[in-house]
Design a protein. Structure first.
Length: 281
């Protein structure tokens, strides 16, 4: 088998992960496009108006299962790479492939211990391949995206990764629209000045004006208050909440947009393949 053939076998799993990632992007876009987070308005006992999440539609199971498909294929891609590297080094297919994994560890210390433990990959791969893997620092704190892949894939083997949920990122408070109303009623400015200001405010009101939340909310759920208005203000139908689907696991990674997180992990896997490609010859 040529090095190019080995490389293409490894890439097959990577390409499959990319296919699932495209499906995932479409599914997330469809879910968010239906505005699954309905907003409510209430006035508290202190007189402060509040905008809150009234109802939340469940995230379709297609989304977490497809996340799992992406992670699984990316992890398999690296294990296929480890298999081919050992084959190149020994001159024969590994006789015990069930014990052969691309090494990714929880810490640098555990990585070093694995190297000394008689691990099949380290015992069988060539010196150049091991040195190349060392350079990648495939452990938490050294190469976090690879660690996220390893840890999240392990979680997905046992339960759904739906601590993937909505994350409130920013809010459009409808300020420009309120400004238009205020200017129309204001008689302090000369008419020609006021008309110009109204036109400018109307143009501004045509586009969303989102402000980043100081404390992004995750996972977003019914009852969560995301914006307190000034006392005395009435309900403004123009208030909007920007939500994206995020994936986060305590002890692994904070909540990040699913597509961004998987893109980061995918780039780390791609870099690993490219680093080790010369060792497939």
């Amino acid at each position: 088998m040529t090095s190019e053939e080995r490389y293409r076998l490894v890439l097959a799993k990577f390409d499959r992960a990319r296919h699932h990632a495209d499906e995932l992007v479409a599914a997330v876009k469809n879910y968010i496009g239906k505005e699954p987070y309905k907003l409510g308005f209430k006035v508290g006992e202190d007189g402060r108006p509040a905008y809150f999440v009234e109802t939340v539609e469940n995230v379709p199971t297609l989304i977490p299962t497809t996340v799992g498909d992406v992670l699984h294929n990316l992890r398999c891609c690296l294990d296929h790479l480890a298999y081919q590297l050992v084959w190149v080094s020994t001159g024969a297919p590994p006789t015990d492939p069930n014990r052969l994994y691309f090494p990714i560890c929880e810490s640098a210390t555990k990585y070093d211990k694995r190297k000394q433990s008689g691990d099949l990959f380290f015992a069988s791969a060539g010196v150049a391949a091991v040195a190349a893997v060392d350079s990648l620092k495939p452990y938490k704190g050294g190469n976090d995206p690879l660690w996220w892949l390893h840890a999240l894939n392990n979680v997905d083997k046992h339960r759904m990764l739906i601590t993937a949920g909505g994350k409130a990122a920013s809010v459009d408070m409808g300020l420009a629209r309120g400004m238009v109303k205020s200017l129309v009623q204001n008689t302090l400015f000369p008419e020609e000045v006021r008309e110009g200001m109204v036109r400018a405010a109307e143009e501004l009101a045509k586009k969303p004006l989102f402000f980043k939340l100081a404390d992004p909310m995750f996972p977003l759920k019914a009852g969560d208050v995301f914006f307190y208005d000034a006392p005395g203000n009435e309900f403004n139908p123009d208030v909007k909440l920007k939500v994206y689907l995020a994936l986060g696991e305590v002890g692994i990674t904070p909540p990040e947009p699913i597509d961004q997180l998987l893109h980061t992990i995918g780039k780390a896997v791609e870099a690993t393949i490219n680093t080790l490609r010369p060792c497939l010859a």
